[in-house]
Design a protein around this ligand. Structure first.
Ligand code: ADP
Ligand code: MG
Length: 346
């Protein structure tokens, strides 16, 4: 059993959103709210596994929070990292990054190929898929028109998205090209990309399979791990977005998925060992992320927040979510299956 690791990251402040009277202070891994003269506001103080200040880089987020999960995935453990926070708090910047400061996803992809190339006694097979959950519908981002995919469950595969394109990949550049394709597919026919991206969840998934190269035994031990890197929809409350019409429908769904995520996290954090019913099945997102939340996976959550005073209420909401998430325990184990060995497999 191990706790999920939870970090909070402040994005740099935006000039137009002028600094206010109250401000967040970071001391080691603790965040608290202070009044102008520096007096702390009682009761508003939270501690996490790590707090990344405004000046932090994606490189440091990767090294401190994500790298160990990626290396565990190479060794057969399931892994999940997701970014949670209000729109414009830095989720996509953290996951995708920029040319100068690549995010978690491109760093993970490069690290996986660099590392597996150095492991000479095992053979690796890596597959990727990329999907979006929008209005509670799952769309394949690697295959245009492959939309509204169903979630199925089987004994061998667990919960999976049926019909999702999975591409076998051999290099980091190939994966990064596929991600670009996915992003381009997402824009097709989209008039307001900002609205869509803040209201949908994207899940980038890598499946890493490996086996010993020159095993002489009559069985092959095959390790299979699933790595999910997730950019969630904005967590802001619907009231603030002034939703109506189509946006209300979207907002309701977003709220449904995120609301169920919140419920799942609350239930898991409350119940400890004696778990009541956990409503994973109530949303697509929580069904897909089930192993990551209280199951067989190593999980890191990065909660992104805005430093400005106008966002204090949203930031408090995010910090409360993060505080509950850090009480969740998972039990990750190496996924290894034994198969009769065939000469042609080597
Ligand atoms: P979200 O995905 O949460 O809606 P974004 O990642 O799009 O938010 O961030 C909003 C804006 O702030 C973008 O222009 C982004 O480049 C910038 N930004 C966010 N976090 C950082 C950061 N840590 N360093 C530099 N720029 C950032
Ligand atoms: Mg975003």
């Amino acid at each position: 059993m191990e706790k999920i690791s939870v970090a909070v990251r402040f994005r740099p402040s935006i000039a137009e959103e002028a600094a206010g009277e109250r401000q967040w202070r970071i001391e080691d891994n603790r965040i608290s709210l202070h009044r102008p003269l520096g007096t702390p506001i009682s009761g508003i103080s939270f501690a996490f596994d790590h707090v990344f200040e405004q000046s932090s880089t994606n490189a440091s987020v990767y090294d401190i929070l994500i790298k160990s999960i990626i290396h565990a995935a190479i060794n057969g453990f399931n892994g999940t990292a997701f970014a949670y926070g209000q729109t414009s708090s830095g989720k996509t910047f953290t996951m995708n990054g920029s040319q100068l400061d690549p995010g978690i996803i491109p760093q993970a992809v490069r690290d996986i190929f660099d590392t597996t190339h150095m492991i000479t006694d095992r053979e690796f097979l890596v597959r990727v898929s990329y999907m979006e959950i929008y209005n509670e519908e799952i769309n394949d981002l690697l295959s245009l028109g492959n939309q509204r995919l169903p979630v199925h469950e089987s004994l061998e595969r667990g919960v999976y998205v049926a019909g999702l394109r999975e591409e076998i990949v051999n290099s980091a550049d190939q994966v990064l090209e596929l991600i670009k394709l996915g992003e381009a597919n997402r824009h097709v026919g989209e008039t307001n990309m900002n609205v869509r991206s803040s209201r949908s969840h994207t899940i980038f998934r890598m499946v890493i399979e490996s086996s010993a190269k020159d095993s002489t035994s009559s069985v092959d031990a095959i390790r299979v791990s699933v790595l999910n890197l997730v950019d969630l929809a904005g967590s802001e409350r619907i009231a603030k977005t002034g939703a109506g019409g189509v946006r209300l429908k979207e907002g309701k769904h977003i709220n449904k998925s995120l609301m169920i995520l919140g419920n799942v996290i609350n239930k898991l954090s409350e119940n400890g060992k004696h778990r009541a019913h956990i409503p994973y099945r109530d949303s697509k997102l929580t069904r897909i992320l089930q192993p990551a939340l209280g199951g067989n996976a190593k999980t890191s959550i990065i909660c992104t927040v805005a430093p400005e005073e106008v966002h204090i209420e949203e930031t408090k909401g995010t910090l409360q979510f993060a505080s509950r998430a850090k009480r969740i325990t998972n039990c990750a184990q190496v996924n290894e299956i034994q198969l009769p060995s065939y000469p042609h497999r080597r």
